[in-house]
Design a protein. Sequence first.
Length: 496
Amino acid sequence: MATDVIMPQMGESIFEGTVTKWLKKPGEKVERDEPLFEISTDKVDAEIPSPAAGVLKEIKVAEGQTVPIQTVVGVIDADGAGAASATPASARAEAKPQAKPEAKSETKAEVNAEAKRGDEKPSPASAPTKAEAAKADSVKPSPSPAPAQTGARPSSMTRAETSAAPQRPAGEKIRSSPLVRRLAKENSVDLSQVPGTGAGGRVSKRDILSAIEGGGAQARPGAHAPAYAPPAASRPSMPPPSQPAATGAQTYSAFDSAVPRERMYFGNYSVEPMTVMRQRIAEHMVASKRVSAHVYSIDEADVTGIVKLRSQKKDEFERTTGSKLTFMPFFIRAAVEALHAFPTVNSSIDGTNIVFHHECNIGVAVALDWGLIVPVIKNAEEKNFLGLQRAINDLAERARTKKLKPEEVQEGTFSITNPGVFGGLMGLPVINQPNVAILGLGTIEKRPVVIDDAIAIRSMVYLTLSYDHRVVDGAIAHQFMSKIKDILENWSEGVL
């Protein structure tokens, strides 16, 4: 008995996914709920378990391909009969047309008759009758000159495919994902004018990128440079800059460069395509810098008391709770109290409206070997110190093992990033949209400071706040930072 493996829907707003890695090969055995393949979506990377036990009979969607949800990506033979069947789907697809002998029933006269009707042969379902053809010829307008091509298209859609896409009737609901709507808003594209080629007329990411490139290629620096699509090899060699770009290569506004290609490709080099996660990070960061008016405030806090408290309590804390004690819960607790005192920092911007969030959903940046992700601690104000520590440990561990759910990286209201764990003295992070601020934590190190006209050695940390000046003013930002500093420097020993 064969079981189809489908592309799952990883969240209500997600309608497609990219197969990034198959963990099994055709012919290999797999147990039910054993990780079978990895996918990447707009929200999260995840391992997908096998829906049944048996043998992976066929892989229908190769690594790197993006397909809509509910697409069959593979087949599992529950009886094990497919162990020897490892023939690629593409090879079988090439053999299928030979199994249609009725397609050869056209006579030579019929072919010639069809050829006289035009350069392109219409399908049988759309072929006009002789009377309809005569009527059409009598009212046929004179052909208009083809418009000049303004730039390379960002998707594999040809001009014919674009023109053939049906126009959306007035008043019809536009079906699209949040990512598509965000790209349309950031690039001032009217979605009602974008033909949808997805299922049910949905405007896909490919459609909106095509519209952006077609309408604004000349306005963007570097748009004239040909796009490059790396070969499938793991470490491909880049063709000389004089060669044309690969057919069907996609270009994104986040990846444009004003530097000519010949100034990048010289000497000895190798080229690797970006992972799907790396592409998403690039898109989000460029979009954030383009949308938000970034301003930065820097302060420092004396956390000597917290360092001593953690040193004294960490062994007992781990023994009694089963969780390691880190510095992050201290900073999250301080941030939550500061957000309550200055709610403007805990908001989002929707056009000319400010959306004030009444819960504190704190996103904590987690560095991965293959990128960066920001899982969210929902309702952090309702958790005690132990609850925060457990939530941090749980989300970080599942982020590294690709076990996060899409909803666990959504609905953040404020973000914290900690480059200090890698020794960074300070950083100026990019705002994580749709937040209006992000707190950066530097490394905690002992420095000489002046206290009551005397030099003392204290454990100090730099705090940086990146904020959107459209809604957060400098006065609010510095008061917010002063609140965090006051909480950290006067931490009560009993609050653990």
